[in-house]
Design a protein around this ligand. Structure first.
Ligand SMILES: [Cu+2]
Length: 149
């Protein structure tokens, strides 16, 4: 009983924050890029539970080396996607916490760990990213604004 009372407001919060999020337009989020085409390195630090910075700008067509460091004291993840896709991934984490989750292009980082993702952004718009772990997803997200050339 007590557990239910705790879970319901939490779920409402997640739904509310995701639905009230304005940057939901559909864009091509892009794909893994080639090392030879990297124009810039962008560093992201994960803390408990935020991304710093949470807003990045890149140019249309650009290939970026995203270097993600877990500077927090718990495990974090990082995945790019649209808001609906990220919500679905976060829901799966919450509903099936004991299942292995291995989405393509997901970074999983233990405290102190650093990983990189070379990513090409083919079209202008907003690409979202998040840590989909339960209790993290609500605040641990950010946007990459892909500027038109
Ligand atoms: Cu996290």
């Amino acid at each position: 009983m007590n557990k239910c009372r705790l879970i319901i407001p939490f779920a409402t919060l997640i739904l509310f924050s995701a639905d009230s999020y304005s940057k939901t337009e559909e864009v091509d989020i892009g794909h893994r890029g080639n090392d030879n085409n990297v124009s810039r390195t962008v560093e992201l630090t994960q803390v408990d539970n935020l991304f710093l910075p949470a807003e990045i700008s890149v140019n249309e067509g650009e290939t970026i080396r995203l270097v993600v460091k877990n500077g927090g004291s718990s495990r974090h993840e990082m995945i790019l996607g649209s808001i609906p896709d990220l919500k679905e991934i976060a829901n799966r984490r919450r509903k099936f916490p004991d299942k292995p989750h291995d989405e393509a292009d997901l970074l999983r980082l233990e405290p102190g760990e650093q990983k990189e993702l070379i990513w090409q952004f083919p079209s202008a718009g907003i690409v979202n990213f998040a840590c989909p772990l339960p209790g993290h997803f609500k605040r641990m997200r950010g946007t990459i604004t892909v500027e038109k050339k």
